[in-house]
Structure formats: structure tokens, C-alpha cells
Design a protein around this ligand. Structure first.
Ligand SMILES: Cc1cc2nc3c(=O)[nH]c(=O)nc-3n(C[C@H](O)[C@H](O)[C@H](O)COP(=O)(O)O)c2cc1C
Length: 194
């Protein structure tokens, strides 16, 4: 029987700059997904209040982080989603600190899956990664991608699409890159068919 429930797509922006280049490309992907019938939600990590991972001593073994803060909001949205589009600018050759801080908090899940073996995958999700940088350094994208792939594996998400945009720096200039906007649209379209 066909499931007619709209797919839930969550867009996560790791840029501290509102309406900047990362968000412009993420918005384009989300707009297209919405037009195609998805239920979309955007989360701006920088506006949440949560701590970085504290390597807590008395951790739970079921994959749930014991720190109660806004990261839990993010975690529950990710759990409910069918697809995730993670978007980050390149900062010092890697994903932004906001993005990395969010990812590190999933260490409890990584441990439950890989060390305690207490966690069973509930549902698999489709994932895509959007990344923007001022320079033209492939190695920075490779670096960021490897972190995001590792994260996606941990949250049961298949890495299915990517968009790397170079030479975009000044706020809003992503709008002047039609080829990047087009690829962002394709990510929005494809995330539903994955
Ligand atoms: C703290 C910081 C570090 C950055 N590091 C790099 C870098 O290592 N390589 C690069 O190409 N661009 C770097 N950039 C430039 C951003 O990646 C670029 O301006 C991007 O378009 C910003 O996206 P946003 O508007 O979504 O924030 C850096 C910018 C900042 C603020």
C-alpha cells in the first residue's frame, strides 16, 4: 500500500550569518522540496542554546544525551525526519563550529550503536550536504564532507547528495551564482525521491 503521508524534510543551517550564502542555498532546496509536497522545517543552529559535548562520565547507554538543552529539539526533529539537508559554510577548512558542536553531541548515539550495541536503527533517512566557501579549495570540501558522512552514518542517514560552492564570500552573493542555485533546487527535488 502506498504511503501518502508527506515526507518531512529538515534543513539545518550551521552558519552564524542569517540570510547569508549557506541559508540562501538551503532555502532554495527547501522551497523546491516544499513545492513538491514535502513538509519542511528549517533549523538555524546558531539560534539554539546548547553546550558542546561534555564527555559526561555517567552517560546513558541507550543513545540519549543526558544534557537537557536546545540540542534535544534538534535531535527530536532529526528523529522525525525522512530527509536531512545539512548546510554549512567552510570555516578554517572545515564545517563551522556551530555545525561541529551539534554533531559532537551525537557521541552518545555513536557509543550506543558501536560500543554498547544497545541501539537499533528505527528508520533510514536520506541526506544531502550543502557547503560554501570563499576560496577554491577542494581539500576543505573533502574535509567537511568526511565529517558530515560520519555524522550521517551515525544518525542512520544515507549520504545521497552534495553541493559544494566555491568563491562565494560576501553576504548574499550566492544569489549571483545561478549554477549553485540550480544545483540546490536539484537537491530539494532529489531528497524526496531517495
Ligand atoms: C570564521 C571564518 C572562517 C572562514 N574560513 C574560511 C576558510 O577556511 N576557507 C574559505 O574558503 N572560506 C572561509 N571563510 C569564508 C566563508 O566560508 C564564506 O564567507 C561563506 O560564504 C560564508 O557563508 P555564510 O554567508 O552562510 O556565513 C571563513 C569565514 C569566517 C567568518
Amino acid at each position: 500500500m502506498k504511503n501518502n503521508k508527506p515526507k518531512r524534510i529538515i534543513g539545518i543551517s550551521g552558519s552564524p550569518r542569517r540570510h547569508g550564502n549557506t541559508e540562501i542555498l538551503l532555502d532554495r532546496a527547501l522551497e523546491v522540496a516544499k513545492r513538491k509536497g514535502a513538509k519542511v522545517k528549517k533549523i538555524f543552529i546558531n539560534e539554539l542554546k546548547f553546550s558542546p559535548c561534555q564527555e559526561c562520565k555517567n552517560i546513558r547507554k541507550d543513545g540519549v544525551c543526558i544534557i537537557r538543552d536546545d540540542w534535544q529539539i534538534l535531535c527530536s526533529e532529526i528523529e522525525k525526519a525522512d530527509g536531512i539537508i545539512l548546510a554549512s559554510p567552510i570555516f578554517f577548512g572545515s564545517v563551522s563550529a556551530q555545525t561541529k558542536m551539534m554533531i559532537d553531541r551525537f557521541q552518545c548515539l555513536w557509543l550506543a550503536k558501536n560500543i554498547f550495541k544497545t541501539y537499533k536503527t528505527k528508520k533510514r533517512k536520506a541526506g544531502a550536504f550543502i557547503c560554501v566557501e570563499a576560496s577554491n579549495r577542494k581539500d576543505f570540501f573533502i574535509n567537511a564532507k568526511s565529517i558530515v558522512r560520519n555524522f550521517f552514518t551515525t544518525i542512520d542517514t544515507d549520504y545521497r547528495g552534495e553541493l559544494f560552492c566555491s568563491e562565494i564570500d560576501k553576504k548574499g552573493t550566492a544569489r549571483e551564482h545561478p549554477e549553485c542555485l540550480k544545483k540546490a533546487s536539484n537537491i530539494g527535488k532529489r531528497i524526496l525521491s531517495l
